[in-house]
Design a protein around this ligand. Structure first.
Ligand code: NAG
Ligand code: NAG
Length: 363
């Protein structure tokens, strides 16, 4: 009797999950799937949710094995949570990729930052007595919607556009306008397009080129292309230059974020299944390297836990609608996953703000 009831409940639960696997299934529910049969059922639900089809049964079996390993890692990590603020992992669109496969596509080694770009900070960049205790640039209209880089190592371009959109909105006093990652991928010669690069070079390009196109005028393709910047008549945003955050100075990063969204590079190999909460870097250990670039859009504190608010470029189904919280003030000079080390942000003079009619002309 009991088993019949529980089977029925489980079926009901499956139906419910079918409607919304990723959005409404709390991560602890994953513990319900224990037998091989149940895990297979979960895999099939997941495939439906993400429209994943495989070429043949061999391939499907291989993906199922990887899915099982990932599910185990997700559960073990979630079992270590001690409070509701601790981070948790979940099944997302990357659940059938091994950690190695994921890393190859989304978090490859960015290589060293060119030496001449390490320290372009102001002398006093770690002094900001008037910085607010918390800030969220999203609430100030300085952040565009979350974007998706696809299978292209262009994270550096997304981290750059986010910072450009931010400073432009702040200086012009208007809502952020989305600018083109593809222009950066195609035109920044010091970077390698879909094979990686640094946002510093993107800022320099926008300054030299006297502006960057609006997203809608130079669409994203997630592939290397030839530079079409000369065909773009109207530039959406210009820059005066850029500055860097002092290496290993969390105070310098904090001061920068109190003024505008900031691009950072970090080791994101462990971010594959991040779902929600404050990521503390417990598995961001060993030999670290910069494998991803993101945008810090604010900072806050909850129950004595300080964190950064981070915008990623892996779409809205990853993390908290595309966002992540990363712990700050850990005492580690590099910060969680090297987040303190390579921050940079564009600068823009007041008079360079684009005229208002531009923004409304194409709506
Ligand atoms: C993209 O172009 C760069 C050169 O600009 C090259 O180094 C890189 O290998 C290309 N990547 C891909 C994925 O084609
Ligand atoms: C992650 O960190 C925890 C706690 O330090 C450890 O027990 C676990 O083995 C780590 N997992 C991996 C995959 O490194």
């Amino acid at each position: 009797m009991y088993s019949l009831v529980s089977k029925l409940l489980f079926l009901l639960f499956l139906c419910y999950s079918m409607i919304c696997l990723s959005s409404c299934m709390p991560s602890y529910e994953l513990d319900r799937f224990t037998s091989e049969e149940e895990v297979l059922g979960l895999f099939q639900l997941w495939q439906k949710e993400y429209g994943r089809e495989y070429e043949n049964l061999n391939d499907e079996a291989k993906r199922f094995d990887i899915f099982k390993d990932n599910l185990k890692y997700i559960r073990e990590t979630n079992a270590r949570r001690e409070s509701a603020f601790d981070y948790s992992l979940g099944l997302n669109e990357f659940a059938d990729l091994s950690r190695e496969e994921f890393s190859k596509i989304f978090t490859p080694d960015m290589g060293p930052l060119p030496k001449d770009k390490v320290d372009l900070n102001d002398e006093d960049d770690d002094s900001c007595p008037d910085a607010p205790p918390s800030i969220d640039w999203r609430k100030k209209g300085a952040v565009t919607k979350v974007k998706y880089q696809g299978h292209c190592g262009s994270c550096w371009a997304f981290a750059a556009t986010g910072a450009i959109e931010g400073i432009n909105a702040i200086v012009s006093g208007r809502r952020s306008v989305s600018v083109s990652e593809q222009e950066l991928v195609d035109c920044v010669e010091e970077a390698k397009g879909c094979s990686g690069g640094w946002y510093h070079n993107a800022f320099q390009y926008v300054k030299n080129n006297e502006g960057i196109a609006k997203e809608a005028d130079y669409l994203y393709t997630a592939e290397n292309g030839t530079c079409k910047a000369s065909e773009i008549k109207r530039k959406a945003v210009t820059l005066s230059g850029y500055k860097t955050v002092t290496y290993q100075s969390e105070k310098s990063l904090y001061c920068a974020v109190s003024r505008q969204p900031v691009s950072v590079a970090l080791d994101a190999r462990d971010f594959q299944f991040y779902k929600e909460g404050i990521y503390n870097g417990e598995n961001c250990t060993g030999k670290l390297y910069t494998s991803h670039a993101v945008l810090i859009v604010g900072y806050d504190t909850v129950a004595d836990r300080d964190y950064w608010i981070v915008k990623n470029s892996w779409g809205e189904s990853w993390g908290m609608k595309g966002y992540m919280f990363i712990k700050r003030n850990t005492g580690n000079k590099d910060g969680v996953c090297l987040i303190n080390d390579y921050g940079a942000y564009p600068t823009k003079e007041e008079e360079e703000a684009v005229k208002p009619e531009y923004y409304y002309s194409s709506i």
